[in-house]
Design a protein around this ligand. Structure first.
Ligand SMILES: Cc1ncc(COP(=O)(O)O)c(C=O)c1O
Length: 470
């Protein structure tokens, strides 16, 4: 099955599974699920039909359930949302309390819950970032950051408008976010691309030797100089015209942090030329990398930080956190949104952040990274010629199958692994990013025991996918 294809809806008899963490007791997909999915496929655009045919009835902790008694270990966290766990009891209570209390929306009129959430976000962010603007989706937050950066720098120098982002990056699916994104195919629908939003390669160890920190001859200086060469290759020699550089914490399909030394050099470069450094932490924020924010691994502080997804572990909420002088460029009423800081979403986010801090979820995630490292290394040993790339950070890992002994990505094989894992009670989302990336991103509250079982199933799924091919 190639990228963008649907999973088969023919019910398949599969071996029953009964463990503490998984139950598979019907054909997969089962007939009731197929009926629902067929209705969805009839009334929704095809774009909505890419995920494995599991109909979510409820989700709790690190498990997803259908209505027929099947129970999956979850490696999706929705799509890296459920950091504090699905239906976290504190988050659920906060949502119910706010709903019972009787405030479902208040536009941008003041509310107590919004004041408490923004205070909390600023408390967990580095001290240099003093203000936060609440929005609803990740794409809104990245678009907003670009707007803030350009408005801020152009007020100082009308020529300071260039935005640099990275190949393969993903910042959302709205117009500006896609212009900033690094996938040419996703931008084909846009005729008039902004010529002053340009991409350069992200340090990706699979694609570029100069970015592979495991090599003996790797050097931060060389890696950073490569980035500068690519900037100049875009015809940009006067760096004072650059308004912003925007990068993700890690690229979703690769799960590799930018080398810390390179990020520090990038920070200095931005300081030297008055460039706004924007960090898109929509996926990496709130503990996913084993730090509250991914940039903390390098000990730097960006000027603007975009967050979403795991900020609430549940309801839609996103934000831009930033330096006061940049955040305050618009006057009263000039930068708002209808659902900015919805009170129920705010309650969910506040409860989720409190849960993450009080229960040391970030530290737990950092601890589990060690287990993941060990398990991934073992997989690389075992399936050497089939796994072209396997790296990660915290609890975000990417495993990319390749055609045996080559660097050609094997998207069909990746789809097979996702399907087989689903049949065994491990839920992953369809291959992402590279088109063949198997993403391993469980809720951060998963236990060591459950994670080990999930990795056993992942291993068995790869083995079965190889057997099915031969
Ligand atoms: C790094 C990053 N930025 C932005 C977005 C867009 O977020 P949303 O889908 O909430 O608009 C995503 C979503 O996957 C993301 O991973």
């Amino acid at each position: 099955m190639a990228k963008g294809k649907q999973f088969n809806l023919n019910p398949k008899a599969v071996p029953e599974v009964h463990t503490a963490y998984r139950t598979i007791q019907t054909p997969i997909p089962n007939k009731e699920s197929v009926e629902i999915i067929e209705k969805l496929r009839k009334y929704e655009p095809r774009s909505m039909s890419g995920q494995p045919p599991v109909v979510w009835d409820r989700a709790e902790g690190f498990n997803v359930y259908d209505a027929q008694g099947n129970k999956w270990l979850d490696f999706s966290s929705c799509v890296v949302v459920a950091n504090a766990g699905h239906c976290n009891p504190d988050v659920k209570k906060a949502i119910l309390d706010m709903t019972e209390h009787g405030l479902l929306n208040n536009y941008v009129f003041p509310s107590d819950i919004r004041s408490r959430l923004v205070e909390k976000i600023i408390q967990v962010a580095p001290k240099e970032l003093k203000k936060v603007f609440l929005l609803t989706t990740g794409a809104e937050s990245t678009e907003c950051a670009l707007k803030l950066a350009r408005t801020f720098t152009r007020a100082r120098n009308p020529e300071k408008n260039i935005v640099i982002t990275f190949n393969d990056s993903f910042h959302g699916r709205t117009l500006g976010a896609q212009m900033a994104g690094g996938s040419a195919s996703e931008k084909r629908w846009i005729r008039n691309l902004d010529p002053e939003i340009v991409q350069i390669p992200f340090p990706n160890s699979f694609k570029y030797e100069w970015a592979d920190q495991s090599r003996e001859d790797y050097s931060d200086d060389v890696c950073f100089e490569k980035l500068m060469e690519y900037i100049r290759a875009q015809g940009i020699t006067d760096y004072s015209k650059i308004s912003a550089v925007m990068t993700e914490t890690f690229q979703g399909g690769w799960c590799e942090l930018m080398p810390s030394g390179v990020l520090r050099k990038l920070r200095k470069f931005c300081d030297d030329y008055g460039i706004v450094l924007i960090y898109d932490e929509v996926q990496g924020g709130f503990g996913r990398t084993g730090k509250m924010f991914g940039f903390m691994h390098a000990g730097i502080v960006p000027d603007l930080v975009c967050c979403g997804k795991g900020i609430s572990s549940s309801l839609p909420l996103s934000c831009v956190i930033g330096r006061e002088d940049i955040m305050d460029v618009y006057g009263p009423g000039e930068m708002t949104s209808t659902h900015s800081g919805n009170p129920v979403s705010c309650a969910a986010a506040l409860a989720s952040i409190n849960y993450i801090v009080e229960n040391k979820v970030v530290e737990h995630c950092a601890e589990l990274e060690k287990l993941m490292k060990k398990r991934i290394e073992a997989l690389k040993e075992k399936y050497g010629d089939r796994i072209g790339f396997a790296r990660g950070t915290g609890l975000a890992w990417a495993v990319i199958p390749v055609m045996p002994g080559t660097k050609e990505l094997d998207s069909a094989f990746a789809h097979d692994v996702v399907r087989i894992a689903m049949e065994k009670g491990l839920l992953m989302f369809a291959p992402v990013g590279s088109g063949a990336t198997l993403k391993l991103a469980p809720p951060l509250i998963i236990t060591e025991d459950a994670l080990n079982e999930a990795m056993d199933v992942f291993d068995e799924s790869i083995k079965q996918a190889i057997a099915e091919q031969s």
